[in-house]
Write a protein that binds this ligand. Structure first.
Ligand SMILES: [Fe+2]
Length: 195
């Protein structure tokens, strides 16, 4: 199946320039294009698995890298759609933040984002253990809680902040990221999982 690049309606953001956003969206489009290209190449190579064994194994490894790059950016950009909206204090997500993080969720999540190396700070919910999980996914395909649905995804590759803040500006970018979040959408992701 060929995936289509999604279009996002993102308002002016505080602390993240339109130019940075446009460049970031173009990188996302590259993941969609590359995932589709690999998928069709795999079909071609599968006609002779013996002859193409090395190429096949490389492409199969590469495929999830491109897929995760595509899908995580979709989680990322849609978090800005609809404009900044604060977390509702009486929402089920706010309640679980309070129970598990005692009011320190944002601070803790920012610390994950500020870890060294390109990747993603991630928030998941485990419906089996009935608790949130947070983690750092190196690049976009290492270190995930692979079975858990995603609640919040923060891109901390340098391309996300280099233009606006320079190589040392990750913390400022992460502050800006939090200022622009539409928490209503993030609350809905959580509510849809726990219902
Ligand atoms: Fe990115």
């Amino acid at each position: 199946m060929a995936y289509q690049e999604k279009k996002f309606t993102i308002p002016e953001l505080e602390g993240i320039s339109r130019e940075s956003l446009e460049q970031h969206l173009a990188l996302y489009a590259g993941y969609v294009k590359n995932f589709n290209a690999i998928s069709s190449k795999l079909v071609e190579y599968a006609a002779d698995t013996e002859k193409n064994a090395h190429a096949l194994s490389e492409l199969i490894r590469r495929k999830s890298f491109e897929f995760d790059g595509m899908r995580l950016h979709e989680y990322y950009f849609e978090q800005f759609e609809g404009g900044a909206k604060e977390l509702h204090k009486d929402s089920s997500l706010a309640e679980v933040f309070e129970k598990e993080y005692h009011g320190y969720f944002e601070e803790y999540f920012k610390a994950i984002g500020n870890m060294r190396g390109p990747g993603w700070a991630m928030l998941y919910y485990d419906p089996v253990g009935k608790e949130l999980q947070t983690g750092f996914a190196g690049e976009q395909h290492q270190g995930h809680f692979v079975t858990l649905p995603i609640i919040l995804a923060l891109d901390v590759w340098e391309h996300a902040f280099l233009l606006d803040y320079g190589a040392l500006g990750k913390a400022k970018y992460i502050d800006a990221f939090f200022k622009n979040l539409n928490w209503s959408l993030i609350e809905k992701r959580f509510a849809d999982i726990v219902k």
